[in-house]
Design a protein around this ligand. Structure first.
Ligand code: ADP
Ligand code: MG
Length: 550
């Protein structure tokens, strides 16, 4: 009765779909995890919305996911009675690539000239479209909570999809896969076989907080396939590493393994559970404005929000996971959360815990720590500027390039331990390029005296090094400053008188370029170098100020 309209997929979406249809990726089972994960998100959203909006006409008495396997038709349906989608949302969410991770995937895939696709799929995940790895036709019927009509979406994964209106659609979303024939050589199992479904759900989706039921036409009663225990509320001792990994993948939408798991249970006056993860690699938008945060907030097992920025400071934005607090109002908004005293206390505890975990990793497993630092060090250093309360803890875990060993970054502690007898300052050179710093004439006298210099070439370095002032009572001093107290300068007093005339001539010629021309003993092979006055801003900082329009 309703008219069927045909739409074209967005170009990137078409490419991705072709990739799925012809996928040689061996782990095709993961399509089910993606569909169940979407269903679970939809149930979370409906429960929250019905708590906040009392007017919403939605039945939340039996929220669940249901798998309907039909061996005769060779179909599998994943159905939820969650929030559902409007027609516009279907077009926006399913017809285009809305997920930032997917856009990045397509980008990388193009750069890689379409090689290494399997690894890329493994790394990024592909959400709903992964259905097309196992199905040659997919039908999605959905009705948004509070709306009277539903929408039917159908596609074979080629360039177009069809939409129509379904007046009597059940609330929520049902995704029906018309399965490709089973072909175990090609890693395609019989996904209409209850035993196969049981195995996959147990493996990937056991912790999902909603019941995942299976209704097989021949069975009288449906069975629940997952244990449903919120992972973070279980004791760490009884959780297997694979369970943590699958949970990480669920919250992070990342398909790799986490680098580190942090499970914290706070009891007493302030009760909360936190299950946090450090990813193995940085997302592409880590250094872009408005990058997504990774921590979800739950209150007494009820999902409240994604990307809860009140729970961790911006410089720890790469941390993923869940915080579940026992006593907050369900009606909180982001604005209220920023002010909330309990949230602030939780945040302080989490920051301490994360920084403590980094310190332990650095001590126990320096190689793994080095991998972490390569990915996230630049973000962590922002904390030296923005989080004065934790500055000392951050300084403890900072890794910096140094003339001591150009291949191996150093900690500040190690620098201090190597300081020459009588050396009281930590010398550093700030600049934009590491190569330029390594070849800087400023280093000559330091090298001649065996004094180590830190090479700071990240944009954020120029900011923190001036703000922080010292480490362990040793001031940070620029190796490009006018008066550097190296032994060499005392040993050979410069022959000022002999060169007085030359110096004053040079000073005159360069009057509008430099403040002063003077003799130096800091150079061993270069003829001249530029230094800044002891009280002037460093060149890098000057540049930064100029860029900020000051
Ligand atoms: P992701 O889950 O990472 O956002 P997906 O490709 O899995 O990416 O899904 C895209 C979007 O489609 C989801 O973010 C969600 O808004 C919507 N969606 C998918 N499945 C459902 C569902 N069962 N119920 C409601 N919305 C859904
Ligand atoms: Mg998804």
């Amino acid at each position: 009765m309703s008219q069927v309209e045909t739409f074209e997929f967005q170009a990137e979406a078409q490419q991705l779909l072709q990739l799925m249809i012809h996928s040689i990726y061996s782990n095709k089972d993961v399509f089910l995890r993606e569909l169940v994960s979407n269903a679970s998100d939809a149930l979370d959203k409906l429960r929250l919305e019905s708590l906040v909006d009392k007017e919403l006409d939605a039945d939340t008495s039996d929220l669940h996911v249901e798998l309907v396997a039909d061996r005769d038709q060779h179909t599998l349906t994943v159905r939820d009675n969650g929030i559902g989608m409007t027609r516009e949302q279907v077009i926006e969410l399913i017809g285009t690539i809305a997920r930032s991770g997917t856009a990045e995937f397509v980008d990388r895939w193009r750069q890689a000239k379409h090689d290494g696709t399997a690894e890329l799929i493994g790394k990024f995940g592909i959400g709903f479209y992964s259905s097309f790895m196992v199905a040659d036709r997919v039908v999605l019927v959905t009705r948004r909570a509070g709306q009277s009509e539903g929408t039917r979406w159908e596609s074979t994964g080629s360039d177009t999809y069809q939409l129509s209106t379904v007046p009597d659609a059940a609330p929520g979303t049902a995704v029906t896969l018309h399965l490709k024939p089973a072909d175990e050589d090609n890693h395609l199992f019989d996904y209409a076989d209850p035993a196969v479904l049981r195995r996959i759900v147990k493996r990937y989706s056991d912790f999902i907080a909603w019941p995942i039921r299976m209704a097989a036409p021949e069975a009288a009663q449906s069975e629940t396939l997952n244990s449903m225990k919120a992972l973070w509320s279980r004791s760490a001792a009884e959780i297997k590493p694979e369970e943590y990994t699958e949970f990480y993948r669920h919250v992070s939408h990342d398909w790799t393994d986490p680098l580190e798991t942090i499970h914290l249970r706070a009891e007493g006056a302030l009760e909360f559970d936190a299950l946090l993860f450090l990813p193995a690699s940085a997302p592409y938008d880590l250094h872009m404005r408005g990058a997504r945060r990774g921590v979800q907030l739950y209150i007494k097992r009820v999902f409240i929000m994604d990307d809860c920025e009140a729970l961790l400071p911006e410089y720890l934005r790469f941390v993923k996971g869940v915080v579940d607090s026992a006593d907050l109002s369900l009606n909180v908004s982001r604005e209220i959360l920023q002010q909330d005293r309990q949230i602030q206390t939780i945040r302080r505890r989490l920051v301490k815990k994360v920084l403590g975990t980094l310190k332990d990793m650095l001590a126990k497993d320096p190689q793994r720590y080095a991998a972490f630092w390569r990915e996230f060090g630049q973000a962590v250093k922002e904390g030296l500027v923005n989080d004065p309360d934790n500055r000392a803890a951050i300084l403890d875990v900072v890794q910096l390039a140094s003339t001591h060993d150009l291949d191996q970054p150093t900690t500040l502690r190690a620098y201090v331990e190597r300081m020459k007898p009588g050396q009281t300052e930590i010398f550093h050179l700030v600049g934009e390029q590491r190569g330029t710093l390594e070849n800087s004439p400023h280093l000559e006298a330091f090298a001649a005296n065996g004094v180590e210099v830190l090479l700071l070439h990240d944009p954020v370095d120029a900011m923190w090094v001036d703000m922080v002032g010292d480490f362990d009572g040793k001031p940070f001093t620029s190796a490009s400053r006018g008066e550097v107290d190296l032994k060499a300068e005392h040993e050979q007093p410069p022959a000022v008188e002999e060169y007085a005339e030359l110096l004053s001539w040079m000073g005159g010629r360069l009057a509008d370029r430099v403040k002063e021309v003077r003799l130096s003993s800091r150079l061993t092979t270069s003829a001249a170098c530029l230094v800044t006055d002891t009280l002037d801003a460093s060149p890098a900082l000057e540049k930064l100020y100029r860029a900020m329009g000051q």
